[in-house]
Design a protein around this ligand. Structure first.
Ligand code: MEV
Length: 387
Protein backbone atom coordinates (compact mmCIF):
# COMPACT_ATOMS: atom_id res chain seq x y z
CA UNK A 1 0.00 0.00 0.00
CA UNK A 2 1.24 3.53 -0.73
CA UNK A 3 2.08 6.17 1.87
CA UNK A 4 3.59 9.65 2.22
CA UNK A 5 5.24 11.16 5.29
CA UNK A 6 5.87 14.92 5.42
CA UNK A 7 7.16 16.98 8.32
CA UNK A 8 7.43 20.66 9.24
CA UNK A 9 9.14 22.54 12.08
CA UNK A 10 7.55 24.56 14.83
CA UNK A 11 8.35 28.23 15.11
CA UNK A 12 9.33 30.73 17.74
CA UNK A 13 8.56 34.44 17.35
CA UNK A 14 11.45 36.68 18.36
CA UNK A 15 9.65 39.99 17.77
CA UNK A 16 6.26 41.32 16.81
CA UNK A 17 3.54 38.81 17.74
CA UNK A 18 0.05 40.30 17.85
CA UNK A 19 1.24 43.52 16.13
CA UNK A 20 1.95 41.44 12.98
CA UNK A 21 -1.76 40.67 12.75
CA UNK A 22 -2.27 44.44 12.19
CA UNK A 23 0.36 44.63 9.42
CA UNK A 24 3.46 45.47 11.52
CA UNK A 25 6.87 43.79 11.09
CA UNK A 26 7.78 40.57 12.91
CA UNK A 27 10.51 37.93 13.01
CA UNK A 28 10.15 34.19 13.59
CA UNK A 29 12.63 31.34 13.46
CA UNK A 30 11.98 27.68 12.76
CA UNK A 31 12.89 25.49 15.74
CA UNK A 32 14.36 21.99 15.93
CA UNK A 33 11.06 20.45 17.13
CA UNK A 34 8.81 19.11 14.31
CA UNK A 35 5.46 17.53 13.47
CA UNK A 36 5.29 14.65 11.06
CA UNK A 37 2.15 13.60 9.14
CA UNK A 38 1.80 10.23 7.45
CA UNK A 39 -1.12 9.56 5.08
CA UNK A 40 -2.23 6.30 3.48
CA UNK A 41 -5.38 5.12 1.75
CA UNK A 42 -7.89 4.15 4.46
CA UNK A 43 -8.13 0.36 5.00
CA UNK A 44 -11.89 0.53 5.76
CA UNK A 45 -13.11 3.39 3.57
CA UNK A 46 -13.55 5.69 6.60
CA UNK A 47 -11.51 8.76 7.51
CA UNK A 48 -9.09 7.75 10.30
CA UNK A 49 -6.83 9.78 12.59
CA UNK A 50 -4.25 7.78 14.53
CA UNK A 51 -6.37 4.65 14.05
CA UNK A 52 -9.69 6.13 15.28
CA UNK A 53 -12.50 7.76 13.37
CA UNK A 54 -11.50 11.32 12.33
CA UNK A 55 -13.79 13.91 13.93
CA UNK A 56 -13.67 16.74 11.39
CA UNK A 57 -15.17 19.32 13.78
CA UNK A 58 -12.47 18.72 16.35
CA UNK A 59 -9.75 18.98 13.70
CA UNK A 60 -10.64 22.15 11.79
CA UNK A 61 -7.22 22.56 10.17
CA UNK A 62 -7.29 19.06 8.68
CA UNK A 63 -10.94 19.52 7.65
CA UNK A 64 -10.12 22.78 5.84
CA UNK A 65 -7.20 21.22 3.98
CA UNK A 66 -9.24 18.19 2.93
CA UNK A 67 -11.94 20.49 1.54
CA UNK A 68 -9.34 22.34 -0.54
CA UNK A 69 -6.97 19.59 -1.64
CA UNK A 70 -8.89 16.33 -1.35
CA UNK A 71 -12.49 17.16 -2.32
CA UNK A 72 -14.87 14.26 -1.75
CA UNK A 73 -17.29 15.72 -4.31
CA UNK A 74 -14.67 14.91 -6.98
CA UNK A 75 -14.27 11.35 -5.72
CA UNK A 76 -11.22 11.69 -3.46
CA UNK A 77 -11.17 8.57 -1.25
CA UNK A 78 -10.96 8.58 2.60
CA UNK A 79 -7.47 8.46 4.09
CA UNK A 80 -5.83 7.22 7.24
CA UNK A 81 -3.72 9.98 8.89
CA UNK A 82 -1.05 9.54 11.59
CA UNK A 83 0.44 12.50 13.42
CA UNK A 84 3.63 12.42 15.48
CA UNK A 85 5.93 15.07 16.82
CA UNK A 86 7.51 16.95 19.66
CA UNK A 87 5.97 20.42 19.35
CA UNK A 88 3.73 20.95 22.39
CA UNK A 89 0.15 21.80 21.35
CA UNK A 90 -1.53 25.15 22.03
CA UNK A 91 1.65 26.66 23.44
CA UNK A 92 2.59 29.29 20.87
CA UNK A 93 5.16 27.18 19.02
CA UNK A 94 3.27 26.82 15.75
CA UNK A 95 2.01 23.26 16.23
CA UNK A 96 -1.15 23.89 14.19
CA UNK A 97 0.75 25.69 11.40
CA UNK A 98 3.34 22.87 11.25
CA UNK A 99 0.54 20.30 11.16
CA UNK A 100 -1.24 22.22 8.39
CA UNK A 101 1.89 22.71 6.27
CA UNK A 102 2.90 19.03 6.56
CA UNK A 103 -0.66 17.84 5.83
CA UNK A 104 -0.93 20.10 2.78
CA UNK A 105 2.37 18.74 1.44
CA UNK A 106 1.36 15.11 2.03
CA UNK A 107 -2.02 15.61 0.32
CA UNK A 108 -0.39 17.31 -2.67
CA UNK A 109 2.12 14.43 -2.97
CA UNK A 110 -0.77 11.96 -2.84
CA UNK A 111 -2.58 13.58 -5.76
CA UNK A 112 0.26 15.08 -7.82
CA UNK A 113 -0.47 18.11 -9.98
CA UNK A 114 -1.73 18.77 -13.48
CA UNK A 115 0.50 21.12 -15.43
CA UNK A 116 0.34 22.45 -18.96
CA UNK A 117 2.55 21.49 -21.85
CA UNK A 118 5.80 23.47 -21.82
CA UNK A 119 5.43 26.86 -23.52
CA UNK A 120 7.88 28.60 -25.86
CA UNK A 121 10.13 29.34 -22.90
CA UNK A 122 10.04 25.68 -21.82
CA UNK A 123 8.01 26.63 -18.72
CA UNK A 124 5.26 24.38 -17.45
CA UNK A 125 2.28 26.14 -15.87
CA UNK A 126 0.09 24.80 -13.12
CA UNK A 127 -3.43 23.90 -14.18
CA UNK A 128 -4.49 23.55 -10.55
CA UNK A 129 -3.25 24.86 -7.28
CA UNK A 130 -3.04 27.66 -4.74
CA UNK A 131 -0.37 30.32 -4.56
CA UNK A 132 0.48 33.96 -4.12
CA UNK A 133 0.78 34.59 -7.85
CA UNK A 134 -2.48 32.87 -8.79
CA UNK A 135 -5.49 35.08 -9.39
CA UNK A 136 -7.62 32.69 -11.42
CA UNK A 137 -10.44 31.22 -9.38
CA UNK A 138 -12.64 28.49 -10.84
CA UNK A 139 -14.49 26.25 -10.75
CA UNK A 140 -14.30 23.94 -7.74
CA UNK A 141 -12.60 26.09 -5.18
CA UNK A 142 -13.59 29.49 -3.93
CA UNK A 143 -10.22 30.84 -2.79
CA UNK A 144 -7.30 30.47 -5.19
CA UNK A 145 -7.67 26.91 -6.43
CA UNK A 146 -8.45 26.42 -10.06
CA UNK A 147 -8.58 23.79 -12.67
CA UNK A 148 -8.44 24.74 -16.29
CA UNK A 149 -10.01 21.88 -18.20
CA UNK A 150 -7.64 21.30 -21.07
CA UNK A 151 -7.66 18.43 -23.49
CA UNK A 152 -5.66 15.44 -22.16
CA UNK A 153 -3.15 15.94 -24.96
CA UNK A 154 -2.29 19.38 -23.57
CA UNK A 155 -1.67 18.51 -19.98
CA UNK A 156 0.72 16.43 -17.93
CA UNK A 157 0.36 14.94 -14.52
CA UNK A 158 3.47 15.40 -12.38
CA UNK A 159 4.03 13.33 -9.26
CA UNK A 160 6.57 13.11 -6.46
CA UNK A 161 8.37 15.93 -4.69
CA UNK A 162 8.27 18.20 -7.73
CA UNK A 163 4.49 18.49 -7.30
CA UNK A 164 4.92 20.01 -3.80
CA UNK A 165 5.36 23.78 -3.47
CA UNK A 166 6.33 25.76 -0.33
CA UNK A 167 4.17 28.74 -1.25
CA UNK A 168 1.12 26.53 -1.81
CA UNK A 169 1.56 24.74 1.54
CA UNK A 170 2.03 28.07 3.35
CA UNK A 171 -0.95 29.79 1.71
CA UNK A 172 -3.22 26.85 2.50
CA UNK A 173 -1.96 26.70 6.10
CA UNK A 174 -2.58 30.46 6.46
CA UNK A 175 -6.13 30.13 5.16
CA UNK A 176 -7.04 27.29 7.57
CA UNK A 177 -5.35 29.11 10.49
CA UNK A 178 -7.35 32.24 9.71
CA UNK A 179 -10.57 30.20 9.57
CA UNK A 180 -9.75 28.63 12.96
CA UNK A 181 -8.98 32.11 14.45
CA UNK A 182 -12.28 33.81 13.50
CA UNK A 183 -10.74 35.27 10.35
CA UNK A 184 -7.78 36.97 12.11
CA UNK A 185 -4.32 35.51 11.46
CA UNK A 186 -1.03 36.73 10.11
CA UNK A 187 1.00 34.55 7.70
CA UNK A 188 3.89 34.43 10.22
CA UNK A 189 3.42 30.88 11.50
CA UNK A 190 2.45 29.31 8.18
CA UNK A 191 5.38 30.90 6.30
CA UNK A 192 7.97 30.01 8.95
CA UNK A 193 6.78 26.41 9.32
CA UNK A 194 6.90 26.03 5.54
CA UNK A 195 10.18 27.80 4.68
CA UNK A 196 12.15 27.13 7.87
CA UNK A 197 15.17 29.34 8.69
CA UNK A 198 14.43 32.91 9.70
CA UNK A 199 11.32 34.57 8.31
CA UNK A 200 10.86 38.32 8.40
CA UNK A 201 7.54 39.96 7.78
CA UNK A 202 7.50 43.62 6.99
CA UNK A 203 5.18 46.40 5.90
CA UNK A 204 7.74 47.25 3.18
CA UNK A 205 9.92 45.19 0.85
CA UNK A 206 13.23 44.99 2.71
CA UNK A 207 16.46 45.42 0.78
CA UNK A 208 19.30 42.92 1.18
CA UNK A 209 17.23 39.90 2.22
CA UNK A 210 15.33 37.45 0.03
CA UNK A 211 11.80 38.51 -0.80
CA UNK A 212 9.38 35.58 -1.00
CA UNK A 213 5.82 36.81 -1.59
CA UNK A 214 3.06 39.12 -0.50
CA UNK A 215 0.11 37.86 1.50
CA UNK A 216 -3.25 39.60 1.75
CA UNK A 217 -6.16 38.82 4.05
CA UNK A 218 -9.49 40.58 4.27
CA UNK A 219 -10.34 40.91 7.96
CA UNK A 220 -13.51 42.39 9.45
CA UNK A 221 -12.06 45.87 9.95
CA UNK A 222 -9.63 46.12 7.01
CA UNK A 223 -7.71 44.23 4.34
CA UNK A 224 -4.14 43.61 5.50
CA UNK A 225 -1.00 43.07 3.42
CA UNK A 226 2.29 41.52 4.49
CA UNK A 227 5.61 41.25 2.65
CA UNK A 228 7.32 37.98 3.55
CA UNK A 229 11.11 37.57 3.38
CA UNK A 230 13.62 34.94 4.43
CA UNK A 231 17.05 35.53 5.88
CA UNK A 232 19.98 33.17 6.34
CA UNK A 233 20.95 32.87 10.03
CA UNK A 234 23.83 35.31 10.82
CA UNK A 235 27.24 33.61 10.56
CA UNK A 236 27.77 33.91 14.33
CA UNK A 237 24.40 32.33 15.21
CA UNK A 238 26.09 29.15 16.46
CA UNK A 239 27.13 31.23 19.51
CA UNK A 240 23.54 31.44 20.77
CA UNK A 241 20.63 29.14 21.61
CA UNK A 242 16.95 29.56 22.20
CA UNK A 243 15.71 28.10 25.46
CA UNK A 244 11.95 27.79 25.32
CA UNK A 245 10.12 27.44 28.62
CA UNK A 246 6.59 26.10 28.71
CA UNK A 247 4.22 27.17 31.47
CA UNK A 248 2.17 24.03 30.78
CA UNK A 249 -0.93 26.23 30.43
CA UNK A 250 -2.81 25.71 27.17
CA UNK A 251 -3.58 29.01 25.53
CA UNK A 252 -5.36 28.76 22.17
CA UNK A 253 -4.12 31.46 19.79
CA UNK A 254 -7.65 32.39 18.63
CA UNK A 255 -8.67 33.41 22.15
CA UNK A 256 -5.63 35.65 22.67
CA UNK A 257 -5.96 37.25 19.23
CA UNK A 258 -9.64 37.95 19.97
CA UNK A 259 -8.70 39.50 23.33
CA UNK A 260 -6.40 42.01 21.61
CA UNK A 261 -9.02 42.71 18.92
CA UNK A 262 -11.63 43.44 21.67
CA UNK A 263 -9.19 45.73 23.48
CA UNK A 264 -8.63 47.74 20.30
CA UNK A 265 -12.32 47.90 19.49
CA UNK A 266 -13.13 49.23 22.95
CA UNK A 267 -10.27 51.73 22.96
CA UNK A 268 -8.83 52.44 19.49
CA UNK A 269 -6.17 54.73 21.05
CA UNK A 270 -4.42 51.56 22.27
CA UNK A 271 -3.32 50.99 18.69
CA UNK A 272 -0.35 53.14 19.81
CA UNK A 273 0.95 50.20 21.84
CA UNK A 274 0.60 47.91 18.81
CA UNK A 275 2.50 50.51 16.74
CA UNK A 276 5.26 50.57 19.38
CA UNK A 277 5.63 46.79 19.10
CA UNK A 278 6.06 47.34 15.35
CA UNK A 279 8.86 49.87 15.99
CA UNK A 280 10.58 47.49 18.41
CA UNK A 281 10.36 44.70 15.84
CA UNK A 282 11.99 46.95 13.25
CA UNK A 283 14.92 47.54 15.63
CA UNK A 284 15.07 43.77 16.25
CA UNK A 285 15.31 43.09 12.51
CA UNK A 286 18.25 45.52 12.25
CA UNK A 287 20.05 43.88 15.20
CA UNK A 288 19.52 40.41 13.75
CA UNK A 289 20.75 41.44 10.31
CA UNK A 290 23.91 42.82 11.93
CA UNK A 291 24.37 39.60 13.93
CA UNK A 292 24.38 41.73 17.11
CA UNK A 293 22.87 39.20 19.50
CA UNK A 294 23.31 41.39 22.58
CA UNK A 295 21.03 43.95 20.87
CA UNK A 296 18.66 41.19 19.71
CA UNK A 297 18.27 40.07 23.34
CA UNK A 298 17.73 43.61 24.67
CA UNK A 299 15.09 44.20 22.01
CA UNK A 300 13.30 40.96 22.95
CA UNK A 301 13.12 42.14 26.56
CA UNK A 302 11.73 45.51 25.44
CA UNK A 303 9.15 43.70 23.30
CA UNK A 304 8.02 41.79 26.42
CA UNK A 305 7.22 45.05 28.26
CA UNK A 306 4.78 46.00 25.51
CA UNK A 307 3.26 42.51 25.36
CA UNK A 308 2.62 42.79 29.11
CA UNK A 309 1.09 46.20 28.58
CA UNK A 310 -1.47 44.87 26.06
CA UNK A 311 -2.41 42.14 28.53
CA UNK A 312 -1.18 38.98 26.79
CA UNK A 313 1.46 37.97 29.35
CA UNK A 314 0.58 36.07 32.53
CA UNK A 315 2.06 35.65 36.02
CA UNK A 316 3.44 32.23 35.03
CA UNK A 317 5.14 33.63 31.91
CA UNK A 318 6.47 36.62 33.88
CA UNK A 319 7.98 34.26 36.45
CA UNK A 320 9.80 32.10 33.87
CA UNK A 321 11.06 35.23 32.09
CA UNK A 322 12.33 36.65 35.40
CA UNK A 323 14.34 33.53 36.31
CA UNK A 324 15.76 33.15 32.78
CA UNK A 325 16.94 36.77 32.55
CA UNK A 326 20.19 36.68 34.62
CA UNK A 327 21.75 34.01 32.37
CA UNK A 328 20.39 35.22 29.03
CA UNK A 329 20.68 38.08 26.56
CA UNK A 330 16.94 38.68 26.62
CA UNK A 331 13.63 36.92 27.21
CA UNK A 332 9.97 37.32 26.33
CA UNK A 333 6.79 35.36 25.79
CA UNK A 334 6.57 33.81 22.34
CA UNK A 335 3.42 33.29 20.29
CA UNK A 336 0.02 34.32 21.50
CA UNK A 337 0.76 34.43 25.27
CA UNK A 338 -1.77 34.02 28.08
CA UNK A 339 0.09 30.80 29.00
CA UNK A 340 2.01 28.76 26.47
CA UNK A 341 5.73 29.50 26.22
CA UNK A 342 8.44 32.06 26.81
CA UNK A 343 11.78 32.14 25.02
CA UNK A 344 15.22 33.24 26.16
CA UNK A 345 18.13 33.99 23.84
CA UNK A 346 21.25 32.74 25.61
CA UNK A 347 24.90 31.81 25.31
CA UNK A 348 24.46 29.49 28.35
CA UNK A 349 21.63 27.14 27.42
CA UNK A 350 22.20 24.72 30.32
CA UNK A 351 22.18 27.46 32.96
CA UNK A 352 19.10 29.14 31.49
CA UNK A 353 17.29 25.84 31.09
CA UNK A 354 18.06 24.81 34.71
CA UNK A 355 16.78 28.13 36.03
CA UNK A 356 13.50 27.74 34.12
CA UNK A 357 13.04 24.11 35.18
CA UNK A 358 13.69 24.99 38.84
CA UNK A 359 10.91 27.56 38.58
CA UNK A 360 8.51 24.87 37.32
CA UNK A 361 8.76 25.34 33.53
CA UNK A 362 9.51 22.57 31.03
CA UNK A 363 12.23 23.48 28.55
CA UNK A 364 13.17 22.81 24.96
CA UNK A 365 16.48 23.95 23.50
CA UNK A 366 16.80 24.89 19.86
CA UNK A 367 19.21 26.51 17.45
CA UNK A 368 18.05 29.49 15.44
CA UNK A 369 16.47 28.67 12.11
CA UNK A 370 15.99 24.93 11.52
CA UNK A 371 15.10 23.46 8.16
CA UNK A 372 11.57 23.83 6.78
CA UNK A 373 8.99 21.52 5.25
CA UNK A 374 10.27 18.17 3.97
CA UNK A 375 8.88 15.05 2.37
CA UNK A 376 10.57 12.39 4.47
CA UNK A 377 9.35 9.07 3.06
CA UNK A 378 7.05 7.98 0.29
CA UNK A 379 6.02 4.92 -1.66
CA UNK A 380 3.49 4.51 -4.52
CA UNK A 381 2.38 8.01 -3.77
CA UNK A 382 -0.44 8.76 -6.17
CA UNK A 383 -3.61 7.64 -4.35
CA UNK A 384 -5.97 9.87 -6.29
CA UNK A 385 -5.79 12.19 -9.27
CA UNK A 386 -8.41 14.78 -9.94
CA UNK A 387 -9.72 13.68 -13.34
C1 MEV B 1 0.73 33.38 17.04
O1 MEV B 1 1.81 32.48 16.93
C2 MEV B 1 1.15 34.76 16.62
C3 MEV B 1 0.07 35.82 16.70
O2 MEV B 1 0.68 37.04 16.26
C4 MEV B 1 -1.13 35.48 15.83
C5 MEV B 1 -0.83 35.57 14.34
O3 MEV B 1 0.21 36.08 13.93
O4 MEV B 1 -1.73 35.12 13.57
C6 MEV B 1 -0.43 36.04 18.11
Amino acid sequence: MGFVTASAPGKCILFGEHAVVYGHPAVAVAIDQRISVKIQPSPNNLWLLDGSSLNMNRNPHIKGLIEKLWPEQFGAPPLSIHIEGNIPRASGLGSSAALSVATAAALRMARGRWVSKTDDTQQQHWLEGFGSTITKSEPYDNSHGFFAPESPAERYHITGKSSVDYDECAILAHSVEAAAQQGIASPMDSSTCSRGGIVIISDVIEQGIDYLYQRTLAMKDATRHWHIHEMAPPTNSDEVYLVIGSTGIHAPTGKQVAKVADMLQQDPSRMKEIDTIGQIARRGIKALREGDFAAVGRTMTENQLMLSSIGVSSPELDNLIRVASPSSLGAKLTGAGGGGCMVALTRNPKETSNAIELAGGRTLISRLGSSGLSIDESQNTTFWTKP
